[in-house]
Design a protein. Sequence first.
Length: 264
Amino acid sequence: MPEKLKSGRAERIIAKALEFGASLAGIADVREIKKSPSYMVYEHMEIGGKKTGIPKEISWPENARSAVIIAVEHPEQKPEWDWWRDGCAGGTEGNRILISVIDKLIVWLREEKGIEASDVPYYIEQGGIFLKDAAVMAGLGCVGRNNLLVTEERGPRVRLRAMFINESLPGTDPVDFDPCQDCGMPCREACPRKSFAKRIYSEAKTGLEKLPGRTGHYSRSLCNIQMRLDVDNHDILRVPGLDKPGKLVRYCRICELACPVGES
């Protein structure tokens, strides 16, 4: 297919994703995603003092050529979109919205364009991708010193999901955007677990220039302690169809909400 036609098709896919409810959308090459920084640093990450190791095999569909990455804005005024509810489709309201956009896009691609596509699972171990890296490659923003994707329009207050398509399309180029350069880093100061206080990763240790939290100052273990506390402090939720009460978990967003980028 001529490059001009491919480019036009890519633009229509992005436009359709926005029409279906995405706040931002972009396209990245699957081959490039496999070489993204998070895959390279994954073997050096530790949880509870133990290295996570690299997934033995990236289990993606064999015919996956491009990935469409979408972001949906998660306003501070809608905290319930991020609350985990047992029995809720997708776990959270925000993820349900993301899944709905992807599902509509898959149907549209198949029925209107004859393109096969598939949803990407959220978890790496289940065939997912590192969404922040993919979003950067697709031009949605940059990874900030809070170790989150930071978008120009909405800061880090977005949620991400992706889909694979079986056609090679021109990617949306990464953006020249760096709001962290002269920032006082209120995100790091706000963290209740001091997850950014110590430099855990270095170029010498990992062999990489692009490090978690930009400077290597990020402890996944400490961040996970807060997540476990959030789970332990859950509320009881009555779930239709379940014999036992479910959980309502309010996960921490403090570093995310402390970021001044994209505030209205």
